[in-house]
Design a protein around this ligand. Structure first.
Ligand code: 9D3
Length: 258
């Protein structure tokens, strides 16, 4: 898959998309990422890409001209592509959207700076606006980097077999279970005995129960959207009962000492 990024800060994109799983995917030719700087498409001596907003007010707006010329060059270099503007006004990014976009074959990401881009560009040249969440960034680059990372790791062959298998068992809309490694005993606690038991069925049930329980505690919104089979409902009931019991005992302990 190929991703072209139009940005005033190509170094930011390169820094994020050059490391780890995504960097390796690019080295293996599974993912191609190219950056284009609108400043290279400015027409005046100062290479101006922004101007003051009509109607007044603070901040600057990215001009249509340099962005349009950059987009036209990008499209000429590889045919038509879905164009996404990273924007606080966009639809919130989800894993389902990531999976859809990762099917490719091509994507153009437009990063805004200042107060954003001239609305005419959005109307004429942008297919979709995407936000990564309800907080204020200083531009679209980190959001584009998030999208590239999430898409890159889904490219066929980007993850090791182990990572892919891991992903399969948790692509079910639940939070992950806790993880432990050596040593078994440490000043900060012990590894749960079941994980040392060698009983693979019991380990699988424990992990499922923890994943369900943590999702119930931390992300009830996610839990409300998954269909649980009979075993999962039973494991979650167990988790809830144990959680309530442990909480009641902790409360009783406090009453005795305090
Ligand atoms: C403080 C400036 N705001 C004026 C009231 C509007 C504003 C303009 C530009 C807020 C943020 C930005 C820059 N943000 C992005 O380009 C951006 C973004 C984000 O800020 N949050 C979450 N997702 C995204 S995607 C692009």
């Amino acid at each position: 898959m190929r991703i072209d990024v139009i940005t005033l800060f190509p170094d930011l994109i390169e820094a994020c998309a050059g490391a780890g799983v995504v960097g390796r995917a690019r080295e293996r030719g599974l993912l191609e990422v190219r950056t284009w700087n609108p400043r290279d498409f400015a027409t005046d001596n100062h290479r101006t890409v922004d101007d003051r907003p009509f109607g007044g007010g603070p901040g600057m707006v990215m001009m249509v001209g340099p962005l349009r010329d950059a987009l036209e060059r990008v499209r000429a270099a590889g045919g038509p592509a879905r164009t996404i503007y990273l924007s606080p006004q966009g639809a919130r990014l989800t894993q389902a959207k990531v999976a859809q976009l990762a099917r490719g074959p091509r994507l153009v990401l437009l990063c805004g700076r200042y107060e954003g881009v001239d609305e005419r560009l959005l109307a004429e040249a942008v297919d979709e606006e995407v936000s990564i969440g309800d907080y204020v960034l200083s531009g679209g680059e980190l959001a584009a980097a998030v999208l590239i990372d999430a898409i890159g790791r889904l490219q066929e062959g980007a993850l090791s077999d182990a990572q892919s298998a891991q992903q399969d068992s948790f692509s079910d809309g639940l939070l992950d279970c806790p993880h432990y490694t050596r040593p078994v005993r440490d000043a900060w606690g012990e590894v749960p005995a079941v994980l040392l038991s060698g009983d693979h069925a019991a380990i699988r049930r424990w992990r499922r129960k923890q994943a369900l329980g943590r999702t119930w505690l931390r992300r009830p919104d996610l839990l409300a959207r998954v269909e649980l089979d009979a075993e999962s409902r039973r494991l979650l009931d167990e988790f809830r009962r144990e959680y309530v019991t442990a909480r009641d005992q902790a409360e009783a302990g406090k009453d005795r000492t305090g």
